[in-house]
Ligand binder design. Structure first.
Ligand code: GDP
Ligand code: MN
Length: 397
């Protein structure tokens, strides 16, 4: 689950990480009021208006703008709110901006120049640990830095059992070229950031830029936060931050029915009980000349209601030319599943694509009999290969 910048920053702040403060606004009038409040709190007329969408690269797309007065903040907010913001990370048509963050300007001049760093923390499944990736050359061109000067991007592996050790946080601050007060602040920043990452069961934190202000404070100016869906049950307060308007409507529907659904690019929809069997089924489809349109695990209780919900979700994808239902009856009885398929057929009404049902395990033969005798355009199979051949046959027409 992804958070908006303003939500990510609140999460960081709750762990003591210093952030660029701001106030969320949904109208230009709210933006003016927010800018006045910012002026009062931080004694500066300037503020930054930042589009809140689930995509980065907003600065490049015109979604981050400096305002030099509360009135101007209102004008800029008026321009940004309601726009389809296009960035390198949005779909081609862009994303609708529903909220802006009115943030304090933190790039003011002082004893030294402000400096932008890049710091991210993520779970590296290959290495089996968390890693901190960081660079002294942060800011909007970090992709170019990674490509052209990869030696300027550093990596620190964190042992999940030992956690972040103090010398590692010190190494980060050192490699970022800091000294004195800024060095101390950075060590503290990295430690708190890591505590926030572990404490929220996150899978990604990306702070770009992490800013050294001209008076040597270290603050998070941006926060891209992705949380591990499997850890969300431990954080109802974070789960509550979900913005479904930013998510794919089909994913949202699948989640409300508690189905594990991942859309893919192929033409054969699959409905399977168990993730391992689902993977094997996707291989089977591929081997028989098709391409899986999705991964869908209906879970252990493949009852009629779940079969129907899953069928509806699969059918939302216009690329689906056939559906393969592959169920292993362990605890679940195949005749029940078969009846579920027949029932779903009647309730949904018109299912425009052929459906192949392979049932194996408890009462498999009885299940196949129900399918075969239903009189519907459903093909029953018992063996894996039989199902594969049927997929091939229906795809070839
Ligand atoms: P992103 O483009 O989606 O990653 O959005 P960011 O939050 O990273 O903002 C983009 C850029 O806006 C930053 O890299 C900064 O250069 C600039 N920016 C952000 N906050 C401020 C600010 O307070 N003052 C000024 N002058 N620039 C800012
Ligand atoms: Mn950024």
């Amino acid at each position: 689950m992804n958070l908006h910048e303003y939500q990510g920053k609140e999460l960081l702040k709750s762990y003591g990480v210093k952030i660029q403060e701001g106030i969320v606004a949904e109208t230009d009038a709210e933006a003016v009021a927010a800018a006045k409040k910012i002026k009062e709190l931080y004694n500066s007329d300037w503020c930054v208006i930042k589009a809140q969408i689930h995509a980065g690269g907003r600065g490049k797309g015109g979604g981050v703008k400096l305002a030099k007065s509360p009135e101007q903040a209102g004008q800029i907010a008026d321009d940004i709110l309601g726009m389809m913001l296009k960035t390198p990370q949005t779909p081609p048509e862009g994303k609708l901006v529903r909220k802006v963050l009115v943030a304090q300007d933190v790039f003011y001049p002082g004893a030294s120049d402000p400096k932008e760093f890049y710091i991210s923390i993520l779970t590296d499944r290959g290495r089996g640990c968390n890693v901190i990736i960081y660079s002294p050359d942060g800011g909007m061109d970090i992709e170019k830095v990674a490509e052209e000067t990869p030696e300027r991007v550093f990596t620190e592996n964190i042992d999940p059992l030992l956690g972040l050790r103090p010398f590692q946080a010190q190494k980060v601050a050192f490699n970022l070229g800091l000294s004195g007060q800024a060095y101390k602040e950075m060590v503290d920043f990295v430690q708190k950031l890591y505590a926030a990452f572990v404490g929220s069961d996150a899978s990604l934190f990306e702070i770009n830029p992490c800013l050294k202000t001209s008076d040597d404070r270290i603050i998070a100016v941006d926060a891209k936060v992705a949380l591990d869906d499997n850890g969300l049950f431990r954080h109802p307060n974070l789960e509550a931050l979900r913005d479904t308007s930013e998510e794919d409507p089909v994913d949202v529907e699948a989640r409300t029915h508690d189905l594990n659904y991942v859309k893919l690019d192929g033409n054969v929809g699959c409905m399977v009980n168990g993730a391992g069997l689902a993977m094997a089924t996707m291989d089977l489809i591929q081997l028989s000349g098709g391409e899986p349109a999705n991964f869908l695990d209906v879970g252990g209780t493949a009852d009629a209601q779940r079969v129907e919900n899953a069928m509806r979700i699969i059918l939302k994808d216009p690329h689906v030319k056939a559906i393969l239902i592959n169920i292993f009856g362990g605890i679940v009885r195949c005749d029940r599943v078969a009846q579920g398929v027949v029932d779903a057929y009647h309730t949904i009404g018109n299912i425009p694509v052929p459906v192949i049902v392979r049932l194996q395990g408890t009462n498999a033969d009885l299940g196949k009999k129900i399918i075969d005798e239903s009189g519907l355009k459903v093909y029953g199979a018992v063996e894996f290969q039989e199902a594969a051949d049927l997929v091939k046959k229906v795809l070839m027409g």
